[in-house]
Design a protein around this ligand. Structure first.
Ligand code: NDP
Length: 448
């Protein structure tokens, strides 16, 4: 009789958990996975994937308008929100099925129930059954933080926004981070009046200042209203179901929907972790070492529940490294340096490496080169919207320390350039690369 029912029990079927389960099973481990909701996690079910599809759907608003400048006779078009919403959900369901197939094909036993830990090697499922495992992996992700003030429950989080029965005509968005800016762009292009309410004075803290300033300028020009240094006081609902948002500054705002996008909290509560001695930080993040091991030797954690970098590809890397290390005989650690990231705002932002401010602080002498240009398509479309690319270069070694971009397709372009930045290529090597003309990306090798 084996000592345990499974070699590995994964709690949470999102990006990190599914990757870890699949790879561990591939290494010959017997693996079970519990997921209380839909398989795929935030990214597939109510994050990156449906969001990107909405971004793509929203982009047609301007493309259809611009097409006229390129000679196309475009009749007046209207937008059908329920159709896009339902198509997006159908795609989400298709992807969820693929995730389920992946688990099944790899011999992972999936339980569609909530799980909690009852011992360092034991998991109890909602149906009361108990299962033992040599190793337990917590990959339960994070959930939207919701504020507390009178009427806050009249607002929604990014979980609900994909399911609106009707497209709101007026949207108030709380926060100035990833989700706030992405949905501001989406609703703005769908024709809604968007007001963003920020507690501080800046959007997208952590991104390069010039790139953020460019997004703010373009967003305001598109009609998105920003209220900085503003706090919610209360939200009231009128008889016709519309909302009135009261803040500590300015007039009340009439809205059809309020979206809270003020960060995401690790899902670590109610799993029985504290009782077993697993250390949980102030924000709910599970503390782990470089091998994703908690203070309890048989319990590990990866992904958003550890609140290191809340990004899908990072969770996937962590899950993969965990499985290779624990079950594949291949000790692997995740390299958190030069992780590229993108905000699918309108236009999108993409970045890798150090911002100018970080580089100056850490490296002293830095050179900054910028390309500030109007993309060819925007010029013909008479769209006064400029892209900005910025290279941050070491003044000592000539190494590219950071690349920051805002403009059409910036994330697509940056992914390839991130290889060069990660490889510590120099500005001279960028200069030695012949431009590919006419593209926006050629600006990367033409900055002098
Ligand atoms: P972010 O951390 O990006 O931004 C949070 C925003 O909310 C900030 O503007 C912050 O202000 C503000 N805020 C924080 N707490 C409060 C509060 N109590 N009251 C009012 N405002 C507050 O969070 P998101 O929710 O947008 O996204 C969560 C995470 O999900 C991101 O950090 C990212 O890692 C991930 N994500 C990634 C995406 C991508 O890769 N494209 C897309 C969406 C999400 P301040 O600046 O003052 O702190």
């Amino acid at each position: 009789m084996p000592e345990f029912d499974y070699d590995l029990f994964v709690v949470g079927g999102g990006s990190g958990g599914v990757r870890a389960a699949r790879v561990a099973a591939g290494h010959g481990a017997s693996v079970a996975l519990a997921e209380e909701y839909r398989v795929g996690g935030t990214c597939v079910i109510r994050g990156c994937v449906p969001k990107k599809l909405l971004v793509t759907g929203a982009a047609f608003a301007e493309d259809l308008r611009d097409a006229r400048r390129f000679g196309w006779c475009v009749p007046d078009c209207s937008f059908d929100w329920p159709m896009l919403r339902d198509e997006v959900q159908a795609e989400v369901t298709r992807l969820e099925d693929l995730y389920r197939d992946t688990l099944a094909r790899n011999g992972v036993r999936a339980f569609h129930q909530r799980a909690q830990l009852t011992g360092p090697h034991e998991v109890e499922l909602a149906d009361g059954s108990r299962h033992t495992a040599r190793t337990i992996l917590i990959a339960t992700g994070a959930r939207p933080e919701m504020p507390v003030f009178p009427g806050a429950d009249l607002g929604v989080s990014s979980n609900e926004v994909f399911h609106f029965a009707q497209l709101p005509r007026r949207v108030v968005i709380a926060g100035g981070g990833y989700i706030a800016n992405e949905f501001a762009g989406i609703f703005n292009r769908f024709g809604a009046a968007v007001t963003m309410i920020l507690r501080g004075g800046e959007i997208l803290r952590g991104y390069d200042a010039d790139v953020r300033a460019r997004l703010l300028e373009i967003s305001e020009r598109k009609g998105i209203a920003f209220r900085f240094h503003t706090a919610f006081e209360r939200i009231e609902q009128r008889a016709d179901k519309t909302l009135i948002v009261h803040t500590d500054k300015g007039d009340p705002i009439h809205a059809d929907a309020v979206l809270f996008a003020i960060g995401r909290r690790p899902n670590s509560a109610g799993l029985g972790l504290e009782a077993l001695g697993v250390e949980i930080g102030r924000t709910g993040a599970i503390a782990v070492d470089e091998d994703h091991r908690t203070r309890v030797p048989s319990i590990f954690a990866v992904g958003d529940v550890t609140d290191r970098k809340q990004l899908t590809p990072v969770a996937i890397r962590e899950g993969h490294a965990f499985a290779d290390t624990q079950f594949g005989g291949r000790p692997t650690r995740v390299d958190y340096g030069c992780v590229p990231s993108a905000v699918f705002s309108h236009p999108p932002i993409a970045a890798v490496g150090l911002t100018e401010a970080e580089a100056r602080e850490r490296h002293g002498i830095v050179k900054v080169l910028t390309a500030d240009f109007r993309p060819m398509k925007n010029a013909l479309a008479q769209r006064d919207e400029r892209a900005l690319y910025k290279l941050v270069v070491s003044g000592v070694t000539d190494e590219i320390l950071g690349l920051h971009m805002i403009g059409p397709d910036a994330p697509e372009i940056l992914q390839a350039a991130a290889v060069a930045v990660k490889a510590k290529l120099t500005k001279a090597q960028f200069d030695a690369t012949v431009a590919l003309h006419p593209t926006m990306a050629e600006e990367l090798v033409l900055m002098r």
